[in-house]
Design a binder for this molecule. Structure first.
Ligand code: V47
Ligand code: SF4
Length: 387
């Protein structure tokens, strides 16, 4: 067959396959792994973008959620050595790191007295001396001081280490922390589940099965959690699909995940600095395909401190319906890896404006997506609470 005819026929059959996927998604049907892969490999950005936007509009209309939160990072000392991490310092070099005492962490919580934050996100390195009893005491004291503050804390990596050290089962450990005040789990530590990649980027921490077991157990105990993917480094599209497939299967079983958060790999000052970062087109594709593929995840978040404000705005046309929160310059994980935002902090009115500029409706939520306030029709210049 003549080459140009072959190309035309190939193009036609691809167009047919893509339009069949589009129809399936528009009917509200689930796509399979091969279809997900085809979207990553062959579909144009405009195709996946408009499909993902339709899915998002069906679920949430024009609403974009944000919350008022702050982070506590207890330490950056870590027993693990993930190659992509710019943040951790080995215990042997802990003079370059930080370790906060219980009092210092409570002082951070107290510095928000009188401010309308609803969530504290606690995440950090895995310090060999900060054990489950230390963290349970911290949780109890935070709750005693501010009972209404939702505590979203500890990645499955931190939890796995804490439970093993304390010789507790996953359920015992989670119940112990839940009784002390832990409300939900953040999505970190997932990276890429597939062993072909996990062994190259974070060989020594909890594996996929361990990560998923901890999240499953938390859901069984009535907690909600998030899930992340660290993309745009050495993984292939099939590893991204494998990752999302494992999450989709667990979500079918438990319905405990709230939000999927794609995290773009940043390459400053880490052992993968030679690896190029993904383009903005690739970033938007990641959001769009995940919105289409993860049909049982209610929310898709772009994390603005890492992506930057304008790209976070752009992501709202590619399936994203949440841009996290005010954060208040309380995290170092991304700035140390070279993220756009070196001092991530936005006031509520800045977040509201950011969402309005792209003609979406800003709605403040709590961690579990209960609506706190709809800002669509509020004149923010007149509102004094919006700092
Ligand atoms: O698991 C570390 C990532 C994660 C780099 O649940 C990096 O609401 C990019 O999970 N380039 C921790 N990413 C942060 C996290 C998170 C963040 C925001 C919201 C939520 C949530 C969870 O940070 C790690 C890892 O995947 N990370 N180093 C890097 N160089
Ligand atoms: Fe430690 Fe987390 Fe950094 Fe890995 S990503 S080295 S577990 S702080």
């Amino acid at each position: 067959m003549n080459n140009s005819i072959e190309v035309v026929l190939k193009d036609k059959s691809l167009a047919k396959e893509l339009s069949a996927i589009g129809e399936k998604v528009n009917r509200g049907e689930r796509i399979n792994d091969e279809e997900g892969l085809l979207l990553f490999e062959k579909a144009s950005l405009s195709f996946v973008g408009s499909l993902a936007n339709k899915v998002k509009e069906k679920l949430h209309g024009d609403i974009v959620y944000f919350n008022r939160n702050f982070h506590i990072e207890p330490t950056n000392v870590c027993v693990f050595s993930c190659n992509f991490c710019s943040y951790s310092r080995l215990y042997a070099h802990k003079e370059e790191g930080w370790e906060l005492s219980e009092k210092q962490m409570l002082d951070i919580v107290k510095s928000y007295d009188g401010k309308p934050v609803t969530e504290v996100h606690i995440v950090g390195g895995v310090h060999p001396k900060m054990n489950i009893v230390f963290f349970a005491e911290l949780l109890k004291k935070i709750k005693a001081h501010r009972p209404g503050l939702h505590i979203k804390g500890f990645t499955a990596v931190e939890l796995d280490y804490m439970f093993r050290k304390a010789k507790m089962s996953i359920v015992e450990g989670l119940q112990y922390l839940q009784n002390a005040g832990l409300d939900s789990l953040p999505g970190g530590g997932a990276e890429i589940f597939h062993p072909e990649i996990r062994e190259q980027i974070c060989a020594d921490k909890v594996d996929a099965e361990g990560w998923l077991k901890i999240h499953e157990a938390s859901h069984m105990l009535g907690m909600h959690s998030n899930a992340t993917i660290l993309y745009g480094h050495i993984e292939k599209y099939r590893h991204r699909i494998d990752h999302m497939s494992r999450l989709r299967n667990l979500q079918d079983k438990t319905k405990g995940f709230n939000t999927f958060i794609p995290l773009k790999f940043r390459n400053k000052d880490n052992d993968m600095s030679h690896t190029r970062e993904s383009s903005i087109i690739e970033d938007m594709k990641m959001y769009a395909v995940s919105r289409i593929y993860l049909d049982n995840f209610p929310h898709l978040k772009s994390y603005w401190p890492m992506l930057g404000r304008q790209n976070a705005q752009l992501s709202l046309s590619f399936g994203v319906n949440d841009i996290d929160g005010t954060i208040d310059d309380t995290t170092r994980i991304y700035s140390m890896a070279g993220a756009e935002e070196q001092n991530p902090s936005m006031t509520t009115s800045q977040l509201v404006n950011l969402i309005r500029q792209v003609k979406r409706k800003p709605v403040e939520r709590d961690t579990l997506y209960n609506v706190i306030k709809d800002y669509s029709d509020i004149d923010i210049s007149m509102n004094k609470e919006l700092n």
